[in-house]
Design a protein around this ligand. Structure first.
Ligand code: UDP
Ligand code: MG
Length: 329
């Protein structure tokens, strides 16, 4: 008998939680020889999500909930789910039923056929605005150009089934600035993409906006490639060569023809151009320093406040333990 844990990150999802459980149950009940359980992660919701989860886990033995101490973001919430999942595989799903539970059977089928990472690939981006689609296109194009070691999967998100091998590998990566999509690709193993259509939200509102998307894209880039830094070096070299060539040109003009090249317009153009490049380079370096700043603190990815009604506390191992408990030779 296989056991699969369904991980559901929830942020202000009080309206959909009661719809989610029966909708998924209806589909997973039909899958043979497989037991499902659920890990709901309450990511510091401000509405009644936690109360709903308490009620749900009291009513069903197969439901566990983990409530984080505040809102840590979906990436961290997913990591909490992964840390506490006990199944032979996990399926990560959004709480808002945008990921169709009807795809689960197909995911399980491919998993049993030997794939470790069965990911849902969106076959429509129709519900999205032109701007959002263009931004996505640009992001994938840039990432593809820059990350040479592996290829980022297109139109593939967090909706996926992961074998325990992938889960254990993901647990090794305790970085703070998590770009999960890239991490899934980074761990490798056998991947299979299955098509699915993103459903309209069952209820509630999305928490995403363009600013959040931009931040995610920046995080994706800075945590998976240092190519922008290389690009800046390259640009610096090119501009220096350009400047040298231009200097020669000006000198020649002045010496041979006594022609003083128009000063003010050229000066201002070159100054503004170089100023722009300098600020951009500083910004890019800053992004990477920011990453280093966040990572060197080695803070935990999330803090747990409550698990299934029990209030949790962290006990850092700072107290000495008895010498005899660790024996030398
Ligand atoms: N989510 C979360 N923490 C956050 C934001 C979102 O756990 O800080 C969860 C949310 O509850 C949902 C999933 O991540 O289950 C996707 O969020 P949403 O539906 O808002 O994003 P979209 O589907 O529009 O990309
Ligand atoms: Mg959604």
């Amino acid at each position: 008998m296989d056991k699969i844990t369904i991980i559901v990150p929830c942020y202000n999802e009080a309206e959909v939680i009661d719809l989610f459980y029966p909708a998924v149950q209806e589909h997973v009940a039909k899958i043979d020889d497989c037991r499902f359980d659920y890990v709901f992660v309450n990511d510091g919701s401000r509405d009644e999500t936690l109360d709903k989860l308490r009620a749900l886990s009291a009513a069903h033995d197969d439901v566990t909930y983990i409530s984080l101490s505040r809102n840590f973001g979906k990436e961290s919430a997913m990591m909490a789910g992964i840390d506490y999942a006990t199944g032979d595989a996990v399926i990560i799903m959004d709480a808002d039923l945008q990921h169709p539970p009807s795809s689960i059977a197909e995911m399980v089928k491919w998993w049993r056929a030997g794939y470790d990472d069965v990911c849902g690939k969106r076959i429509d981006r129709a519900g999205e605005t032109w701007l959002k689609r263009s931004c996505a296109n640009l992001f994938y194009a840039v990432m593809k150009k820059f990350s040479t070691s592996y290829e980022m999967q297109r139109d593939v998100g967090d909706f996926r089934l992961l074998d325990r091998r992938c889960i254990e590998a993901l647990k090794l990566m305790r970085e703070n600035q998590r770009f999960t999509k890239g991490l899934f690709t980074w761990v490798g193993y056998r991947k299979k993409e299955i098509p699915f259509e993103v459903q309209p939200r069952a209820a509630g509102a999305t928490t995403w906006n363009y600013f959040a998307l931009f931040n995610l894209a920046m995080k994706g880039m800075t945590s998976f490639t240092t190519a922008p830094l290389r690009l800046m070096t390259f640009l610096g070299v090119m501009i220096s060569f350009g400047a040298m060539a231009y200097m020669l040109f000006v000198l020649t003009m002045a010496l041979l023809y006594g022609d003083p090249v128009a000063g003010y317009p050229t000066l201002i153009t070159v100054m503004l151009f170089l100023g722009g490049i300098q600020i951009l380079s500083l910004g890019i370096i800053g992004e990477y320093i920011g990453q280093i700043f966040h990572e060197t603190k080695h803070r935990p990815i999330y803090l747990v406040d409550e698990i299934d009604g029990k209030r949790m506390i962290y006990k850092p191992q700072l107290q000495p333990i008895e010498r005899n408990t660790i024996k030398g030779d």
